[in-house]
Design a protein around this ligand. Structure first.
Ligand code: ADP
Ligand code: MG
Length: 422
């Protein structure tokens, strides 16, 4: 298919005038049947990079996705664009799942979304293999790696089932950039000489601030901050369920807590409400919003230190996906840092778990002792860069962790939403 055909497809299907940087090259490679590993920041537009090739190749694109909300979001968009789409996940009835399988086998579907654990259901991979997909997309592919921050053991089993679904090209998509995770994805999925597309981690519209503040003041500060015009939608990362509930209560009716103590149905309700704009602020303790396409998050506040540098990038990366100026603020105090050190000292996690933490180091390790030393070091590195930022007032970090100072750092974010008040 010629490249103007892919552009035409983009226009006809989604109504977009142009590919964004890099999307076209990725679409071309996958359309031509090459395996692809695509690393682009959240919000850059990875979904199109499997959707256009799947449509261009005809047949059914099989999409493996780790979250129901994420699946629903993409499936709804494709359905709205007039495509034939089915999903199979635990939130649907058995009959729906059966119907989806029948539609798949009859060749009626352009896209089939499944959760990774589906592959462990006896007979399911065999069913898929009866009528092979024309393309396989593994979304949030870093979930396959124990080195990543969102490891999902179910992703591991994909590697053993995918060969039976070939010769479809596999396209693995993630926003996680560490070379080690990339290598792991390619190995685990058994990608055949994948075309690598690793792009742009600068997010110039994100203004990153670090403010030293004692704990008792943080809630009130956050409430005032988020009551300013233009500050919402917003996500607040809190240290505990109790803290999340408390702050959500203070923020009032349009704010909700999101944590592991809530039922899945409540969490889904919060996610959907946030997506739809009914809920303006989510106060979360656990990975909130992975892959959720909420483009206009204006503020991300951390009222506690993030778990790792990598988690921090991911979490602040949820702000400003539409490219408009957005503000991220980390509130910290020396006491937090002490607590972090304490946790790292105390709970020597098992080796398999250590990978997640160690992923931020971008490095190989050999001895547990050495690793522990490095983890300490990494907590220090994080704390130091945070202190450095704090001493500069506001500054910007790009997604590769480079600190950039504006002409007048303390005014850096004023070009953001505060300017709209003036
Ligand atoms: P990612 O998976 O990389 O986080 P998404 O695929 O969810 O990002 O896309 C983020 C947003 O960008 C979506 O709202 C999508 O419709 C939009 N988008 C993607 N590509 C384009 C394009 N070429 N033109 C206009 N909007 C686009
Ligand atoms: Mg995505």
């Amino acid at each position: 298919m010629a490249s103007n055909d892919l552009s035409a497809l983009l226009h006809q299907t989604f109504g977009f005038a142009n590919f964004r940087a890099n999307q076209e090259a990725v679409c071309r490679a996958a359309t031509d049947g090459k395996d692809v590993l695509l690393v682009m920041p959240t919000g850059a537009g990875k979904s199109l990079c499997y959707q256009i090739p799947a449509i261009a190749r005809g047949g059914t694109g099989l999409v493996i996705s780790p979250l129901i909300a994420l699946m629903d979001d993409q499936a709804n968009k494709l359905t709205a664009a007039g495509l034939r789409v089915a999903r199979i996940h635990s939130g649907l009835s058995r009959e729906d799942a059966r119907q989806a399988c029948r539609d798949y086998l009859d060749g009626h579907l352009q896209f089939l979304f499944i959760a990774p654990e589906r592959m462990r259901v006896p007979g399911f991979p065999e069913m898929l293999a009866k009528r092979k997909p024309s393309l396989i997309a593994i979304d949030e592919a870093h979930c396959i790696s124990a080195w990543g921050h969102d490891f999902r053991p179910d992703y591991r089993t994909l590697g053993e089932h995918l060969p039976a679904l070939r010769p479809a090209p596999i396209i693995a998509l993630t926003a996680t950039a560490t070379p080690q995770v990339q290598k792991d994805i390619a190995t685990q999925l058994n990608l055949h000489q994948p075309a690598l597309f690793i792009h742009g981690f600068r997010r110039d519209n994100l203004h990153i601030e670090v403010v030293e503040m004692s704990k008792p003041r943080r809630n009130q500060f956050t409430v005032e901050l988020l009551n300013r015009p233009g500050a919402r939608p917003a996500i607040v990362y809190a240290p505990s369920r109790k803290a999340a509930d408390e702050l959500a209560g203070m923020l009032g009716r349009k704010a909700s807590a999101y944590h592991a103590g809530l039922d899945t149905s409540v969490r889904e309700h919060v996610q959907a409400g946030f997506q739809a704009g009914r809920i303006e602020v989510v106060v979360a303790t656990i990975a909130f919003g992975m892959g959720i396409d909420k483009a206009d998050v204006r503020t991300v506040v951390h009222i506690a230190l993030p778990a790792s540098v990598e988690a921090y990038y991911q979490e602040i990366g949820r702000a400003g996906r539409d490219g408009a100026p957005s503000r991220t603020i980390l509130l910290y105090s020396f006491a937090d840092r002490k607590m972090h050190d304490f946790f790292l000292e105390r709970d020597y996690p098992p080796i398999s778990e250590l990978g997640k933490v160690a992923a931020v180091l971008n490095d190989e390790f050999k001895q547990p002792d050495e690793l522990r030393a490095r983890l300490r070091m990494d907590a220090d590195t994080l704390a130091k860069s945070i202190e450095k930022l704090a001493s500069q007032g506001a500054a910007q970090i790009d997604m590769a962790g480079n600190v950039r100072r504006g002409n007048n750092p303390s005014n850096a974010w004023k070009s953001g939403y505060d300017a709209q008040i003036a």
